[in-house]
Ligand binder design. Structure first.
Ligand code: ADP
Ligand code: MG
Length: 376
C-alpha cells in the first residue's frame, strides 16, 4: 500500500463558514502625495504604469481576500509586485490608502496605537527573511525576547521558549549566539521566536528565501509538520513558485500591485487565470502538485475489482509511478473513508503525464481574464 500523505493541503481548514482570521477588502496602498487621485484612477482596473504622471508608487491595488483560520495562505509574486507592502498592512505596520483590513473581525484602520500594539502582541507574530536576531543574545534569549517585551514573568518565558526551541529542533543549542549557528538554524530561531509568542497568526515575509535550496526544503518540511500539529493561520510570502506550491493551501498570485489569481496550487496549475500566470507556472513540476484524483478515470460500474494497488486520492502524480509498476491492474484510488473513487490504468497515467508536462492554455472566457493587463 502506497498511501502518500500530502501535508500541504490541509483538509481540516474550515471552508467558508466561520469568521475569517484576516479579511482584506478593496485595499490600496499608494506611496506619494497624490495617493487619493491614484486610487480613483486605478479603481477601474488600469495598470499602474498608466498613472505615472501622478508621481506615485502604487504598491498594492484593490486587494480582496480572506485568510481562513488554520490555513497557509501564500502570496507569490516577483520582486516589486507589492507583497511586503501587503503583509505590513495585515498587522497594521502600514495603513491602507483605501479599503480595510480586519483581524478576527477587528478592523485595523484607525485603531488606537495602544490597541494596535496589543493586537500585534497577542494575535500576530512575524518572521523575517534576515531573521532579525539580536546578535549578543543567546538562542534562548532571542526566542524569549518577545515575551520579555510583552512583560511576561520569567518562569512563563522560560516554559514557552523551551517549548518553542524544542518544536524547531534546537534543543541543546539554547546557549549559543546567533553567530555560532548556520543560516538554517538562525531561521529556526526566528521561527521559534514567533512560535513562543503563541499567536494564532504568523506572517512570514520571504522567511526562507535567504537559505540554500536543501536547507530551505528542510525547513519547509519542518514548517508543514509543525503546522499539522499547531494549525496556525500563516500568511507566507515568497517569490518562489515551487515554495508557494509546496506550502500553500491557497496561493494568491500578485503582479504589479494587483492580485491576479487566488486558488489552490492545483487550480492555479490547471486553470491559470491569464497568460501571465500560465507563463509563471510553465516550469513547475506538475507531477508533484497534481494528485491521483485529478488524473483518475471513473471507477468501473458493477463488480469492483480490489486487487489493484490502492492509492489515496491525494497522492501526488509523481508518487504513482512506483505503485503503477507493481501490478498490471489499474491503480485503485480511494478517498479518506477508504471508498473507491476512481481507477488509473497505466495508459491513463502516461496520457495524463504528457498533458501535465505539456502546454497549458489559459481559459478563453472573458471572466477568467480579469486582472489581465496588456504588456507593452
Ligand atoms: P515586494 O515585497 O513584492 O518586492 P514591495 O511591497 O516591497 O514589493 O514594493 C512594492 C512597490 O512599492 C515597489 O515599487 C517599491 O519600491 C514600492 N515601495 C515599497 N515601500 C515603499 C515606501 N515606503 N515608499 C515608497 N515606495 C515604496
Ligand atoms: Mg518584499
Amino acid at each position: 500500500m502506497t498511501e502518500v500523505e500530502k501535508v500541504s493541503n490541509n483538509p481540516d481548514v474550515a471552508d467558508g463558514d466561520g469568521q475569517p482570521a484576516i479579511t482584506v477588502e478593496s485595499v490600496y496602498k499608494i506611496f506619494g502625495r497624490r495617493a487619493a487621485r491614484a486610487v480613483e484612477a486605478l479603481s477601474d482596473g488600469q495598470h499602474r504604469d498608466t498613472i505615472k504622471n501622478l508621481d506615485v508608487t502604487a504598491a498594492v491595488i484593490d486587494a480582496d481576500f480572506e485568510v481562513r483560520p488554520g490555513e497557509i495562505f501564500v502570496v507569490m509574486g516577483l520582486s516589486g509586485s507589492g507583497k511586503s507592502t501587503l503583509i505590513r498592512m495585515l498587522n497594521g505596520l502600514l495603513e491602507p490608502t483605501s479599503g480595510s483590513v480586519s483581524v478576527d473581525g477587528v478592523v485595523l484602520n484607525n485603531l488606537p496605537a495602544k490597541q494596535l500594539r496589543q493586537l500585534r502582541r497577542d494575535k500576530i507574530s512575524m518572521v523575517f527573511q534576515h531573521f532579525a536576531l539580536l546578535p549578543h543574545r543567546t538562542v534562548f534569549d532571542n526566542v524569549a525576547f518577545g515575551l520579555e517585551v510583552a512583560g511576561h514573568p520569567a518562569a512563563f518565558r522560560a516554559e514557552k521558549a523551551t517549548e518553542a526551541i524544542e518544536m524547531v529542533g534546537l534543543t541543546g543549542w539554547e546557549d549559543k549566539l546567533p553567530s555560532q549557528l548556520s543560516g538554517g538554524m538562525r531561521q529556526r530561531v526566528g521561527l521559534a521566536r514567533a512560535l513562543a509568542a503563541g499567536t494564532d497568526i504568523m506572517l512570514m515575509d520571504e522567511a526562507f528565501s535567504a537559505l540554500d535550496p536543501l536547507i530551505r526544503r528542510e525547513i519547509q518540511d519542518q514548517l508543514l509538520v509543525l503546522q499539522k500539529q499547531l494549525q496556525k493561520t500563516i500568511v507566507f510570502i515568497t517569490h518562489d513558485l515551487n515554495e508557494a506550491m509546496r506550502l500553500g493551501d491557497r496561493i494568491a498570485v500578485m503582479r504589479d500591485g494587483r492580485i491576479v489569481q487566488i486558488g489552490t496550487a492545483e487550480e492555479i496549475l490547471t486553470q491559470p487565470a491569464n497568460d501571465y500566470v500560465a507563463e509563471f507556472i510553465a516550469d513547475v513540476d506538475r507531477t508533484r502538485v497534481l494528485t491521483a484524483a485529478s488524473v483518475m478515470d471513473p471507477p468501473p460500474t458493477g463488480s469492483v475489482d480490489k486487487s489493484g494497488v490502492v492509492v489515496g486520492e491525494d497522492t501526488p502524480v509523481a508518487d504513482l509511478f512506483g505503485p503503477v509498476s507493481e501490478s498490471n491492474l489499474p491503480l485503485q484510488v480511494t478517498n479518506a473513508d477508504g471508498r473507491l473513487v476512481g481507477v488509473i490504468p497505466r495508459l491513463t497515467l502516461l496520457n495524463a503525464l504528457s498533458q501535465v508536462n505539456g502546454e497549458v492554455s489559459s481559459d478563453d472566457d472573458a471572466s477568467s481574464n480579469e486582472g489581465e493587463v496588456a504588456t507593452a
